[in-house]
Each structure stands twice: as structure tokens, then as C-alpha cells.
Design a protein around this ligand. Structure first.
Ligand SMILES: *[C@@H]1O[C@H](CO)[C@@H](O)[C@H](O)[C@H]1NC(C)=O
Ligand SMILES: *[C@@H]1O[C@H](CO)[C@@H](O)[C@H](O)[C@H]1NC(C)=O
Ligand SMILES: *[C@@H]1O[C@H](CO)[C@@H](O)[C@H](O)[C@H]1NC(C)=O
Ligand SMILES: *[C@@H]1O[C@H](CO)[C@@H](O)[C@H](O)[C@H]1NC(C)=O
Length: 920
């Protein structure tokens, strides 16, 4: 327990002698309010805590009886062994927006740690500093992940050891905050703010961690930085630093991590760094470094990232051999020669793609690398055979040797049972696809296109049940397509074009996930495969096949019989490994046909004549609006959806209709495509309960159902807003006029409000409502500045755990799916924030979430590391109209970038996002 001046003061005034305590108790018993006598805390601290709990209104703190012992409250820690005083207060993630409680906290004189991270505080009041001067024991302060843009100087917190201000909106120079007076400081985190000026070198010499990444710091890395002799972590990444790395950094003999990524640094990598024995991680990627890699740089390292620079010369012979090495990334440089003859058995990840490496790869170096999991050497000029030793890399999940000049046959695959992604396209490989490829039972992507492979497609290939992309295009393959190709139920893309395949096309209609089937330029016969949903089929250049018009979509009428569920799978297949390796295999869909689809609708002749209407089981109004009550007619709704020509379009889960009720008012109706096991609640009583719950929601930016109908063929939801215009249509339909920035900004804020409302808060008393398929197509516009978040029912209706494996790899629309989904397979709030970030990017850039096979989020990430690049990302048609607009757009871009952070934990909560936007 700290024995401080403050403590003495407290004793003098407040800790009464035994009799005093007795009197004190009597007084409270008299008020039948005796928490103080049960608590081990001093009466003073107990009352402070109770005052705090009233002010903050934290539900966990107000449980009946809990007022007796504040030490048992969530986030409160008291001194051991007898809970005599409060020493640590963690109010992290309590949704606090008002910082007026902060000065009160300072009455707890024994406080050592205060954590108010993950709230929505926007400022630190001056009284916090003036009142807290007495807190001589305060060592840890955590303000991380708030909206703080204003803070007083911290110079009087002289005992402070840890200060975390990361993820806020602080600006100005770091020197403005009195940090130089914090002589005990060991850890300072100012990352993700808007600090300008240079890297601070006036701080405490005891500093062990200095993190200032993602700011606007400029100038060079100062020589003086070597005076922080205790430094273990130095993170200067994502700033605008120029100049070279001072070689004096090599004197930081305790340094463990040196992170300089995403700056404008140049010059060569100093050899002195190789003398730091503690240095385990060095990242200097995405700068302008030139010259050769100095020898010995990896001597002590586990992780080295020098990707995206202009380094040249050869990859040094000793670079890959050190025994602690785990990951090396040299991709996108100018390396020409491969020297290493030995590679550390500990290596997990090796990335050498997009260099100018030529010559052969020594097989011996790759003998017995039991841990190598990701290997990329694509886009080089490598020649010779694929080293046979690759066949023994038993941990390999990703092998990318695409775009080289490799000759010879495919490597023996038999031992590579963990492989998920094989990319060998655009080489000069010959020979047959070996039968042992069937052993790769985890394979998701097989791309051997643009080679000279011959022989037939081994029928055993159809045993690869997880395969989602198979691209054998442009080879010399002959024979027929394996009869049981239909077994590959997870297949999304099948590319067999430009070969010499012959024979009849086998029935592919069991390929329920397929979005692309390319069989062009072969000698196939038979008829063009037909699907009941939107699949891109190309059979051109096969003289034996009579082509039909590719573009037709047929929406079959639902009949109670054996009709197979129409599922347009919007699917992305991402291997966990591929994700970690930063490689995401995206299969791009043609944009859905929207309203145009109506014109193409074909009515199945055999169903045309049926007039018997299905039976209504139960219909219920959810709205209390009397106008809707008198307008909505369930029988009319059921009748209307029975006519396929009324369908506007279909998505994976719904068919959409516009229905004119007998009163003359039109409504919008969604019909659930509910014939699949992924629907946990497909049209059941439980669904009714959920819908009634949803019907109670009320928010101007959320599209809430007005009524539902369960009937013998499924269920329908009825909505207002018959003139459906989606954000996607408005932004990306070239016939629409350009939407100005003011409208785009209101749309952004409106969507953020809607999602924020759906996610709810502790006080909303319900579980968060998540959006499994959030995209600009799910945002309905009431007007050009009033968006509605649609499809809120989906989360209640589908159950990804019941789905087959391809569906479980599926939630949402390509381009909006958060990267972590590949391994979590869970729809989360952070995932929604990611999807929202992509919508923000659409508003900012005017580009769709996926274009030309590229995800917008990835594109923006790779073009926004430098501030000056950011202007070029914006939709010029809008940004050029005013500098004010441009400025605001750049700020929104920062918010969007935070939302699409690769790490879900680093993304702000939706409430915070909303705050960030409204404060602009
Ligand atoms: C607790 O003690 C501090 C310091 O002596 C004093 O300023 C404060 O008013 C006291 N609080 C209460 C509730 O008595
Ligand atoms: C101190 O408080 C904690 C949390 O309520 C409780 O678990 C512990 O038993 C208390 N210790 C004493 C000695 O009262
Ligand atoms: C501050 O809080 C954040 C969020 O809760 C946490 O990630 C971070 O590690 C904390 N900082 C320190 C220095 O403990
Ligand atoms: C396969 O390779 C071709 C040719 O390089 C490329 O266009 C296609 O995008 C690749 N597909 C996958 C899924 O890697």
C-alpha cells in the first residue's frame, strides 16, 4: 500500500478512532444504508466509488447488495491481502462518452492504474490533471481507443510509467503534452493519432517502448534516438519519415522489435543492425530502400520484412540459414540472384514474389524443411525443374510459383497433404497431372493454367471435395471431363477452356456453388449446361455444341415439389493459410442483374398454367401504423409472389417483389428461399417470434418489416418503400447522375447510425443484431441522403453451422467479407465494421467493392500508405468540386481505413465510427 502524503491527510480527517467508526455505522444503519461498515475500504473510498457508480451508471456495479463491497465490482481491483484500498480501476469498453467522471477518480488517492480504453470519450478535462496531481502512486494510464482530440499537458504525472494514448484524434506536436517531464516513463504509445512534427527524442531515458505508428510524423529518424538505451520496442511505422536509417540505431543493444514500415525512408539498410543480439523482428517494408541486403542481417532475427522496396543484388547466401528465423518477406524488390544453399529448418514463411530472380532453385536447400508453411516465388524468371524437395515440405499450405519459367513436370504431391493453394500458372510445365493429386484432401485452389500439361484430367481429381477453384485453362489436356465432376460440390469456378477436351459435357447441375463454368475452345459435344441461377457459362469455340444465349436467367416458380433451392452463392474461398500469407483467392461474380433481370425472366412452360394459390398458414402485422394496417393484404401478397414476372431479382437468400395492394399502394416483399438446411428457422414459429422482436425495432435508418406471412410455400416479409433504389445502383450505375459529397456524407452517417443502433449497447437490453451480408446493395435509399440498412432478418434466419462446407465458407458478398472470416467463420460486430468500411470506400472512391477482380479494400490499402497518394484515391468527380469536400473526404478515408484494419480487434466499434464521422 503506498504510504503517501495523501494517505496521511486522509487519516487526519477521515479515519475515525474505534468509537468514531461505531458512530459512523450507527448513523448509516439509522438510514438503513450500511454499506460502509461491510466494506474493508475506507469510508472515504467507498463513498467515492459509490458516487462514481451513480455517475457512470454501470449496470454491473448496481447489482443489489454490491454497494457493500466496491472491491467486487467489475474492473475494480483492491490492494491485497485485505482489500484496504482501491489500486486499479478498469473502465475499458463501458461505452463512456462523458469524461466528467475523470476528476472524481482522482479522489482515490491510492490508485495506481486507470484504464478507460475502448470508450467514446472525446476529451480529457483540465481538472483531471489538476485534481490528479495528488495521485502520486499513479503509474499506468490507458486512454487507448477513444475519440480524444483534446488533452491537457501531462507534465505533473511524474510517477507515470505507462501512458497509452493510441487510437485517438490527438494532433499537434508530441512536445505539446509535457511528456518530457515524465521521467519515469517506460512505455509510451501514441500510435494511430494525428501527431505532426518529428520523432520525439526528449523523453525519459528509461523508455522501453516507444510506439508512434500511424501518425503524420515527418523528418528523419533522429540520431538522438540512440540515447534511449533501454528501448526494446521502437515502432515508427506508417508515418512520413524520410532520410535513411541512422547506423547508430545499432547501439540500441536491448532492441527487440524495430518497425519502420510504410514511410518514405531511403538509402541502404545499415549493417550495424545485425549486431543487435536481441533484435527478433525488423520490418522496413514499403519504403524506398535501395542497395544490397547487408550480410548477417538475419543473424538474430525471427522475422524480417523488407518487401516493397527497391533492394537489389542477390539474396545473400547466409540470409535464410539462422536457426531462429521464422518469416522472411522480400517480395516486390529487384533481387536478381538466389544464393542461399541452406535454409533454417525453423522457417515458416518465405515470400520472394515479384522480383527478378533467375536461374534455378537448389533443391538441397529445401530438404527437410518441416515447418515451411507458405512459399511464394511467383512472378520471377526462375528456370529449371520445380525442385523435387518441394515434394517433402509436409507443412506446406500454400505454394505459389506462378509466372516463372519452370519446366519439367509437376512435383510429386503425395506428401503435401496440407496444401490448400497451388498456383503454378504461367510456367512451361509439361507432363500429366499426377494421379496422387487426389491425396491433397485440403486443396481449395488449383491453378495450373497457361502451361503445357498433357494427358487427361485424372478422374481422381473429383475426390478433392474442398476444391473451390480449378483452373486448368490453356494446356494440352485431352480426353473427356471426368464423369463425376458433379461431386465437387464446393466448386465455384471451373476453368477448362483452351484445351483439347472432347466427349460429352457431363451433368454439372449438382455443382450448386458454381458461379463460372468456362469450357470454351475445346472439342466438347452435347448441349450447353443450364442452371436455374446466375452462372457464367462459356462454351464458345466448341464446334460440337450449339450455343444458347448466355445471358438468360430463369427464375422458376416455386412449386411444392422437388424444386431445388435456388441459391446464388456469393462465395469466397479463403484458406486460412492463404489469408495469413496475405493471399486471398477471390472469385469475382458478375454483378447481379438487378432490375434488368425482370426483362429476361422466362416462365417455365410446364408451370405457366397453374392457378391454384398456396394456402396461408399465418399472417401478422408487425406495424401499428393504421395506414399500413388497412393497406396490407396477405392474400394479395401471396398471389403476387406466385407470378414470377413480378420478381425484381434474386439473391442468395431472397427473391424480391413489388406488389400493388388492392388499395392501390405498393409494397416491397421479400420471399425467403428457405428450402435449405442453412436456414435454422426457415419458416417456423420461432421465426415468428424473432420477426416480432425485429418488428419492434424503430430507427430512421433501419428497414424494419411491417408484416410477415407464413404460407405453404415459404414465408414473406412486407416492407414500405416500394421504389427500391439501392446505394449500389446510385453509385455504380452509370446512368445515374453523380451524387455530390454532401449527400454521400449523409448517407455514410445514416448507415453508421443504423448499424450502430442494430449493434445496440449495454443499455439496449437485447442481443446485438448483426448483418451477415452488409453491402451497398443492402442499403436502400429513401432519398439521396436518407439510407436504410436492409436485410436485418438474415442473422436470425440462417445458421452457418448447419451449412455444408462451401456455405460455411460463405457469408456476405465478395469485397465486403472481413479477412478473419476465413478462419473464424463467424459473423461479428467487427466484421460488420469492416463491411461498413468498404461501403465508406465506395462512397469515397465511387468504385464498386470489387472491380476487375480486385477488392476495393485491398486496392485502397495499397494506395493510401502515403498521404499524398490519398488524394488520388478519391472520386475526382466529387473531390474536385471543393477543397472543403476534399478535406472532409480525406478524414473519412482515415475512418474507413481504421474500419478495414486487417485485425478485427483494431477496428473501432460502430459507435466510435459514428462519433468519428459526426465530429468531422
Ligand atoms: C476523500 O478524501 C479526499 C482527500 O482528503 C477529499 O478531498 C475528499 O473530499 C474525500 N471524499 C469524501 C467523499 O469524503
Ligand atoms: C477482496 O475483494 C475480492 C473481490 O470482491 C474478494 O474476492 C476477496 O475475497 C476480498 N478479500 C478480502 C480479504 O476481503
Ligand atoms: C490499453 O488498452 C488497450 C485496449 O483495452 C489494450 O489493448 C492495451 O494493451 C492497453 N495498453 C497498455 C499499455 O496496457
Ligand atoms: C489462375 O491463373 C490465371 C492466369 O494467370 C489468372 O488469370 C487467374 O486469376 C488465376 N486464378 C486464381 C484463382 O488464382
Amino acid at each position: 500500500m503506498p504510504s503517501s502524503g495523501g494517505q496521511k491527510k486522509m487519516k487526519q480527517i477521515y479515519v475515525p478512532p474505534e468509537t468514531g467508526k461505531f458512530m459512523f455505522c450507527l448513523f448509516f444503519i439509522f438510514l438503513s444504508y450500511c454499506h460502509v461498515c461491510f466494506s474493508e475500504l475506507s469510508s472515504n473510498q467507498t463513498s467515492t466509488m459509490i458516487e462514481l457508480s451513480r455517475l457512470l451508471n454501470i449496470s454491473d456495479w448496481n447489482l443489489p447488495g454490491s454497494e457493500r463491497n466496491p472491491c467486487s465490482w467489475k474492473g475494480v481491483m483492491c490492494s491485497r491481502p485485505n482489500n484496504g484500498s482501491v489500486i486499479s480501476l478498469s473502465l475499458s469498453g463501458f461505452d463512456l462518452s462523458n469524461s466528467s467522471f475523470l476528476p472524481l477518480v482522482c479522489q482515490i488517492e491510492t490508485l495506481e492504474t486507470l484504464d478507460v480504453s475502448k470508450n467514446i470519450l472525446s476529451l480529457i478535462p483540465d481538472e483531471f490533471v489538476t485534481k490528479c496531481e495528488t495521485l502520486v502512486g499513479l503509474k499506468h494510464l490507458n486512454f487507448s481507443r477513444n475519440n480524444i482530440s483534446s488533452s491537457p499537458s501531462f507534465q505533473d504525472f511524474s510517477k507515470l510509467e505507462v501512458l497509452d494514448f493510441s487510437y485517438n484524434f490527438l494532433s499537434g506536436k508530441t512536445g505539446d503534452y509535457g511528456l518530457d517531464r515524465l521521467v519515469q516513463l517506460r512505455s509510451l504509445n501514441l500510435s494511430f493519432n494525428m501527431f505532426t512534427g518529428s520523432v520525439p527524442i526528449y523523453l525519459s531515458r528509461s523508455l522501453e517502448k516507444l510506439e508512434v505508428s500511424d501518425n503524420l510524423l515527418s523528418g528523419t529518424i533522429p540520431e538522438g534516438i540512440e540515447d534511449y538505451k533501454e528501448l526494446k520496442l521502437l515502432d515508427l511505422s506508417d508515418n512520413q519519415l524520410t532520410g535513411s536509417i541512422p547506423s547508430s540505431l545499432g547501439n540500441l543493444s536491448k532492441l527487440e522489435s524495430l518497425l519502420l514500415s510504410n514511410n518514405d525512408l531511403s538509402g541502404s539498410i545499415p549493417e550495424s543492425l545485425s549486431s543487435i543480439q536481441t533484435l527478433g523482428r525488423f520490418a522496413a517494408n514499403s519504403n524506398h530502400f535501395t542497395g544490397d541486403i547487408p550480410s548477417g542481417i538475419t543473424r538474430y532475427l525471427a522475422n524480417l520484412d523488407l518487401s516493397f522496396n527497391n533492394l537489389k543484388g542477390s539474396i545473400p547466401g547466409d540470409l535464410l540459414s539462422p536457426l531462429k528465423l521464422v518469416s522472411v518477406d522480400l517480395s516486390s524488390n529487384q533481387f536478381v540472384e538466389w544464393m542461399p544453399q541452406s535454409i533454417s529448418p525453423s522457417l515458416v514463411r518465405l515470400r520472394l514474389g515479384s522480383n527478378k530472380l533467375s536461374g534455378t532453385v537448389p533443391s538441397d536447400a529445401f530438404e527437410s524443411l518441416q515447418n515451411l508453411t507458405y512459399l511464394e516465388m511467383d512472378n520471377n524468371h526462375l528456370t529449371g525443374h520445380i525442385p523435387p524437395a518441394f515434394g517433402n515440405l509436409v507443412s506446406l499450405t500454400l505454394l505459389n510459383l506462378a509466372m516463372n519459367e519452370f519446366t519439367g513436370t509437376l512435383p510429386p504431391f503425395g506428401n503435401l497433404t496440407r496444401l490448400q493453394v497451388i498456383k503454378l500458372q504461367e510456367n512451361k510445365l509439361t507432363g500429366e497431372i499426377p494421379d496422387d493429386i487426389k491425396l491433397l484432401s485440403n486443396l481449395l485452389t488449383l491453378n495450373v493454367s497457361w502451361n503445357s500439361l498433357s494427358g487427361s484430367i485424372p478422374p481422381s481429381l473429383t475426390q478433392l471435395k474442398k476444391l473451390s477453384t480449378m483452373n486448368l485453362q490453356d494446356n494440352n489436356l485431352n480426353g473427356s471431363i471426368p464423369e463425376n465432376i458433379g461431386d465437387l460440390e464446393d466448386l465455384i469456378e471451373l476453368q477448362l477452356g483452351q484445351n483439347r477436351l472432347s466427349g460429352e459435357i457431363p451433368a454439372p447441375d449438382s455443382l450448386i456453388s458454381l458461379t463460372q463454368l468456362i469450357l470454351s475452345n475445346n472439342q466438347l459435344t452435347g448441349s450447353t449446361p443450364r442452371f436455374t441461377r446466375n452462372v457464367l457459362v462459356n462454351v464458345s469455340g466448341n464446334p460440337g455444341i450449339k450455343p444458347i444465349k448466355e445471358d438468360k436467367v430463369s427464375i422458376k416458380r416455386s412449386s411444392s415439389g422437388k424444386r431445388k433451392l435456388v441459391l446464388v452463392l456469393i462465395t469466397v474461398a479463403i484458406g486460412v493459410s492463404a489469408l495469413v500469407a496475405g493471399i486471398i483467392t477471390v472469385i469475382v461474380l458478375k454483378p447481379s442483374r438487378r432490375f434488368k433481370g425482370v426483362n429476361n425472366v422466362q416462365v417455365d412452360p410446364d408451370e405457366e398454367g397453374s392457378t391454384v394459390l398456396p394456402e396461408i398458414i399465418h399472417g401478422k402485422l408487425l406495424t401499428s401504423n393504421s395506414l399500413h394496417k388497412s393497406n396490407i393484404n396477405f392474400a394479395k401478397a401471396v398471389e403476387a409472389v406466385a407470378r414470377p414476372e413480378n420478381a425484381l431479382y434474386q439473391t442468395m437468400f431472397w427473391s424480391y417483389y413489388r406488389v400493388v395492394m388492392p388499395s392501390g399502394s405498393s409494397y416491397f416483399i421479400k420471399k425467403l428461399n428457405s428450402r435449405d438446411r442453412i436456414f435454422q428457422l426457415a419458416c417456423s414459429e420461432q421465426l415468428e417470434l424473432e420477426l416480432e422482436m425485429l418488428g419492434k425495432l424503430h430507427h430512421t435508418n433501419v428497414m424494419v418489416p411491417l408484416a410477415y406471412v407464413l404460407y405453404s410455400e415459404g414465408c414473406l416479409l412486407v416492407y414500405d418503400f416500394p421504389h427500391m433504389l439501392t446505394l449500389y445502383d446510385v453509385l455504380h450505375n452509370h446512368t445515374s447522375a453523380v451524387v455530390d459529397w454532401t449527400s454521400r456524407f449523409s448517407i455514410a452517417v445514416g448507415i453508421a447510425q443504423g448499424i450502430s443502433y442494430l449493434h445496440g449497447s449495454q443499455s439496449s437490453g437485447r442481443d446485438p443484431i448483426l448483418l451477415p451480408d452488409l453491402s451497398s446493395k443492402k442499403i436502400i435509399l429513401k432519398s439521396l441522403n436518407e439510407p436504410l440498412v436492409g436485410d436485418i432478418e438474415l442473422f436470425k434466419v440462417i445458421d452457418p453451422s448447419k451449412s455444408n462446407s462451401s456455405l460455411s465458407a460463405v457469408a456476405g458478398t465478395i469485397g465486403y467479407i472481413p479477412p478473419e472470416y476465413a478462419y473464424t467463420m463467424r459473423v461479428t460486430m467487427a466484421g460488420n465494421v469492416y463491411s461498413f468500411g468498404v461501403i465508406l470506400l465506395e462512397l469515397l472512391t465511387g468504385r464498386p467493392a470489387v472491380s476487375e477482380g480486385r477488392e476495393l479494400a485491398k486496392w485502397v490499402q495499397s494506395h493510401s500508405s502515403q498521404q499524398e497518394q490519398r488524394n488520388n484515391i478519391l472520386d475526382l468527380r466529387v473531390s474536385k468540386t471543393s477543397t472543403v469536400a476534399t478535406k472532409q473526404m480525406l478524414r473519412v478515408l482515415s475512418v474507413a481505413l481504421a474500419c478495414i484494419d486487417i485485425s478485427p480487434g483494431a477496428r473501432p466499434k460502430m459507435k466510435t465510427v459514428l462519433r468519428m464521422l459526426t465530429r468531422l
